[in-house]
Design a protein around this ligand. Structure first.
Ligand SMILES: N[C@@H](CCC(=O)N[C@@H](CS)C(=O)NCC(=O)O)C(=O)O
Length: 206
């Protein structure tokens, strides 16, 4: 059975949601970052890691999401099929990988961004992370004006990709999503989805 290795609440939540939307059998295995079990399938020790039933392994959230959407066209998660729709899907997938996800690193791992071990230096890095996240939320909010989902034509794998990061933002950003009503609406829409709720309950041991 296809297997997703995930960590609770991490970016692996995105392919976890996509698998649930697709509705075909899969196994979800909870792992810890860098654990021996995880490194046996992905030497980077990171999630998400996806394994097909013939043993083939795919890493990188954007690649896994795109692969799942292409593998299951019947689920309608790929967005449109014309050249520009494909480009839009890649554009926003890249945004979540490179711009939005990366904006959280200084908040999650401030010690990687300063050699100064003091609390003030650490707090300054975290604050810089908050600004980075806010910048990306403004981009997202403007894109979502007048839209229900990230891509034309309804729900797609890109919306699944947004979900873990929007949860991080609402928890970590001073002011949460107050200044980003369109982003808040997307988060609310996804949080109300029964498949999303099922995955959250599973990840949290429910
Ligand atoms: N570029 C990778 C990043 C994966 C990543 O860094 N995942 C985090 C969780 S959100 C992780 O596993 N961190 C643990 C580590 O790198 O040791 C992707 O998009 O899949």
């Amino acid at each position: 059975m296809p297997t997703l290795y995930y960590a609770v609440g991490a970016c692996s939540l995105a392919p976890h949601i996509a698998l649930e939307w697709i509705g075909e059998p899969y196994e979800a295995v909870k792992v810890h970052f860098g654990s021996e079990e995880l490194r046996a399938v992905n030497p980077a020790g990171a999630v998400p890691t996806f394994q097909e039933d013939d043993g083939w392994i795919l890493t990188q959230a954007g690649a896994i999401l795109d692969y799942l959407a292409q593998k299951h066209p019947e689920a309608g998660l790929a967005g449109g099929l014309d050249l520009r729709s494909r480009a839009e899907a890649h554009r926003w997938s890249a945004f979540f990988t490179s711009d939005f996800h990366a904006a959280f690193w200084p908040i999650f791992l401030p010690y990687r961004y300063t050699a100064d071990k003091g609390d003030a230096a650490r707090a300054a890095v975290v604050e810089a992370g908050h600004s980075l996240v806010a910048k990306q939320l403004a981009v997202l909010d403007s894109h979502l004006e007048g839209r229900e989902y990230m891509l034309d034509g309804g729900r797609s794998f890109v919306d699944a990709y947004s979900f873990p990061m929007l949860r991080w933002a609402i928890k970590l950003l001073p002011g949460a999503l107050e200044e980003y009503p369109n982003v808040q609406s997307l988060l609310d829409r996804l949080a109300a989805d029964p498949a999303v709720q099922k995955v959250l309950a599973r990840e949290n041991g429910g």
